[in-house]
Design a protein around this ligand. Sequence first.
Ligand code: NAG
Ligand code: NAG
Ligand code: NAG
Length: 295
Amino acid sequence: MFLSKTNLYLLLLLCSSSFMVSLPQNNPYLTSTTLFLQNYHKMVQNFKVFMYPPNTNQFNFGSELESLFYSSLLNSSYLTQHPQEAHLFFFPFSSEISTRSLARLISRIRNDFPYWNRSLGADHFYLSCAGVSNINDRNIVELKKNAVQISCFPTRRHRFVPHKDLTLPPISNLHAPAISGCGDFCFVDYGNDMGKAMRLGCVPVVVVTDGDVNDMPFMDVLRWKEMAVFVKGGVKNNTDTWKKRQDNMKRLCVEGSKHLQWNRPPQPLDAFNTIMYQLWLRRHTVRYESSIQSN
Ligand SMILES: *[C@@H]1O[C@H](CO)[C@@H](O)[C@H](O)[C@H]1NC(C)=O
Ligand SMILES: *[C@@H]1O[C@H](CO)[C@@H](O)[C@H](O)[C@H]1NC(C)=O
Ligand SMILES: *[C@@H]1O[C@H](CO)[C@@H](O)[C@H](O)[C@H]1NC(C)=O
């Protein structure tokens, strides 16, 4: 049987849409679990990061989360002393640095090493819980447009670029008061105690006050739409609608919650290693060409 191009296209469309509808969501990942684990192991074995020599012996980080990520990276086997084998470059700086001094630091890296100019910062990443503010300076523009920013979840408005930047999931406070009820759904603050709720098999109900949800941790790894309920504006308690999906969602939550867990030292598949995995996914980057002249 021969099909015209249009019919073939329609057939494909039909098959793929019914495939999507009928396929039960049996894993918390955006790909199959097998594919995710294959890629993850490839990352663990191969990923190399070169860290620029810090300009100080002691960084002052504004949050426990930033220092935890930094010390986890420093202790890890991802760091290499050989920049020529690195997939990505890490550029460390203190949280309290002014944007002007940051611009000077980037300028120094640009002049002292050949790596920044090669991609205009696109194969670089940096840690900044609050995000870097905009100033009209070539170094800062390239940093913000090209380099991957790792900030803390939830992010500040206008300081996060979806699909490029990453967020660190919060450290769950084990001494926090028990999550209310621990039934099927738990109402959590945007971000807070999400990982704990999930670990206990409770589907987080996240109230989103403005804009779209695009800074959830591990957006390009986890299938959040099947693991949390996002309610815009106010809370609608439509129990019937969600009842059907809740058992499956609870299961995916427990399975996915390991990725939101911080450990000291890091454990396989935990928050630190999943951030590293997201960086690994971003190792082939597209740079934005700056048209702003150096100042
Ligand atoms: C990178 O490019 C700038 C000009 O944009 C130049 O001044 C600088 O010397 C270059 N860095 C290296 C290491 O060649
Ligand atoms: C939602 O409605 C159900 C059934 O009416 C009720 O049992 C539950 O407590 C309600 N949840 C909230 C958070 O109001
Ligand atoms: C990194 O190693 C140091 C020294 O062994 C240790 O004190 C610290 O807790 C480690 N950090 C993490 C996050 O594992």
